[in-house]
Design a protein around this ligand. Sequence first.
Ligand code: FAD
Length: 241
Amino acid sequence: MAETHAVVTLLTHTPDPLSLVYAAFRQCYHAGSVADMWPRLLNGDIPRERQAEFVSRILESGHVSPIEHVSFTFVLDGVSRALTHQLVRHRIASYSQQSQRYVAAQDFDYLVPPRVAENPEALRRFNDCMATIGKTYTELKALLEADGHASANEDARFVLPQAAASRIVVTMNCRSLLNFFEHRTCMRAQWEIRGVARQMLRLCQGVLPEIFRHAGPRCERLGYCPEGAFSCGRHPAKGTL
Ligand SMILES: Cc1cc2nc3c(=O)[nH]c(=O)nc-3n(C[C@H](O)[C@H](O)[C@H](O)COP(=O)(O)OP(=O)(O)OC[C@H]3O[C@@H](n4cnc5c(N)ncnc54)[C@H](O)[C@@H]3O)c2cc1C
């Protein structure tokens, strides 16, 4: 058992993402088939800057569905069950999470909240609690196995904490990612998912800056903070404008 930290890895994304978004937009206004223009797009005959300019102009009009054709797949390692519970609330996505039924957890790693880590007495109690849970889990699992239950993990896991580390593969399309970043890079989001969302955003910006350059908390798009009294002060709160 040990303290762990979130690591975000971009596994893959849709190939030629800008060209695909451009082709999808163009199909809406083009009498022929974009299949004919696709080889020219891949050859670079239509410069990236021209594609980007067209895409951003249409996006500003609110016509956003063509960006749904491009998706990004990440694996999040060393994230807490508290984080994954929040993550999977984002329904326009696909998930594959490490199972606590098939993967035994007697030596589970765990996340320590920074404010707990800063306080020596809180940290001591936190670590003691994790050790006690690990011991109880192991004892419960052994008791259930001795009774002949093949699926002891399934019941023993009920004592595991929200701090227990997990791994999850997540795929989201660009439209869903923009919504995810608006909610989860905001200072109102919880510290762990905010950190993970910021890592995911940086990875998306590296691949597709044309779509993600201005992505971030909702206030960046709105020009004001919709959180009212909970505002972090980055932008004026609604009602104070
Ligand atoms: C700071 C913060 C605090 C939160 N606190 C709580 C809390 O206390 N309790 C709690 O339960 N949740 C809480 N949430 C979760 C939040 O309510 C959302 O469930 C979560 O952020 C997923 O957002 P989403 O629905 O926009 O995403 P997605 O599920 O990915 O949906 C994307 C978009 O699709 C549309 N959509 C999807 N499903 C439907 C539907 N069924 N009907 C209509 N439109 C749909 C909506 O436009 C939605 O914005 C919190 C989130 C944040 C960021």
